[in-house]
Design a protein around this ligand. Structure first.
Ligand SMILES: O=C(O)CCC(=O)C(=O)O
Ligand SMILES: [Fe+2]
Length: 346
């Protein structure tokens, strides 16, 4: 069942009928009202204030659960446009650099490109080589680095997890009632349009009870969520720029996939409102808010945060996203209260 659905949504010809895809942007327009539950009153931290910069206050979030997939939660884009730009720039410029690991191979790419992919891409003036560089970047790992061969995490493949991303997850986790969550490993996935991610479960983490947080930016994905076996029929949903998907409880170990990335009509990351909510917090008269804003700034690259407002700085990011999607997939590896992984048997 899972494979069939994957093939159906991946197909170029005939193109799939997308009417059956659950759409959090227009929940009333889809014929899936019975499967979608809007959570509002059941979200424990909706009253929380002072979100990390780039996030809207939780009072304005729209949170959904899926009746047919208990444990799946979706927050429909809780980010400001400015906030989306920050995370996009972090994912492209910074996360694919040391100490993080990336998929680019020494035999196929110059060492400059492996050290600093985004910079090499910007410097590259050969059109074909730039295209090869662009579409070859498929993943970067952060924190505990996923070992794609052994599928075992280890202390020898562990580097510091980015503070800003950990802080973002911590806040969202607290709002949703998972206050113990600690971000310890992430995969940043890069999807040029036309690429896919086939069905799998994420079971390498010793801690499989903690939820998994997945952030989507750029072009829209059709995401499949199934059951604990490939025999169950999956549901298809759209993940759009800014959407946060949480795989918790029963759904944490369910099959999922990305059969299609498609060009969206609106590209909200390109339309910065002149009146930026985050900017207002910087005004001196908002003293109390300003203090909190500055607290946030300790865990966020404020110079990048300011730069992404600038149209000429933003241009290469806009070009990249024109035909690509980014997904940041964050997990807790260790059981709560445990400080490190046990040594592997010798
Ligand atoms: O791109 C996505 O939405 C999902 C990525 C994913 O499943 C993974 O990294 O394990
Ligand atoms: Fe996954």
């Amino acid at each position: 069942m899972f494979k069939e659905a994957f093939k159906y949504y991946k197909a170029k010809w005939p193109p799939p009928d997308l009417n059956g895809v659950i759409d959090f942007e227009e929940p009333s327009k889809t014929n899936h009202e019975s499967t979608l539950v809007e959570l509002q009153d059941n979200v424990p931290g909706l009253h929380l204030s002072f979100p990390p910069i780039g996030l809207q206050p939780p009072q304005s979030w729209r949170c959904y659960a899926l009746k047919s997939h208990p444990g799946i939660l979706v927050i429909r884009n809780p980010f400001t446009v400015h906030g989306q730009r920050y995370w996009i720039a972090r994912s492209l410029r910074d996360y694919p650099r040391a100490p993080n690991r990336i998929n680019l191979n020494e035999n196929l790419f110059a060492s400059d490109a492996i050290k600093d992919w985004w910079n090499a891409l910007q410097q590259c003036d050969d059109k074909d080589e730039a295209r090869r560089l662009k579409i070859s970047m498929r993943w970067a790992t952060l924190g505990y680095h996923h070992d794609w061969d052994t599928k075992v995490y280890s202390e020898t493949m562990h580097t510091p997890f980015p503070q800003d991303l950990s802080n973002l997850c911590q806040y969202i986790a607290t709002v949703l009632g998972f206050a113990d969550f600690e971000a310890q490993a992430a995969i940043v996935n890069f999807y040029p349009i036309g690429t896919t991610l086939s069905g799998h479960t994420d079971h390498s983490e010793p801690n499989q009870t903690a939820p998994l947080f997945s952030f989507s930016f750029g072009q829209t994905a059709v995401f499949l969520i199934g059951g604990t076996t490939r025999e169950e029929r999956p549901s298809a949903l759209y993940l759009r720029s800014g959407d946060v998907l949480i795989m918790s409880q029963q759904s944490r170990l369910c099959y999922h996939a990305v059969p299609r990335v498609m060009k969206t009509q609106e590209e909200p990351w390109n339309n910065l409102p002149a009146d930026d909510a985050d900017e207002k917090l910087m005004k001196p008269e908002r003293k109390k808010l300003r203090r909190d804003f500055e607290d946030n700034s300790n865990v966020c690259d404020m110079s990048l945060y300011r730069l992404v407002r600038d149209d000429s700085f933003w241009l290469p990011y806009m070009h990249y996203l024109n035909d690509s999607r980014i997904n940041i997939n964050v997990r807790q590896v260790l059981p709560s209260g445990v400080k490190q992984l046990p040594l592997p048997p010798s």
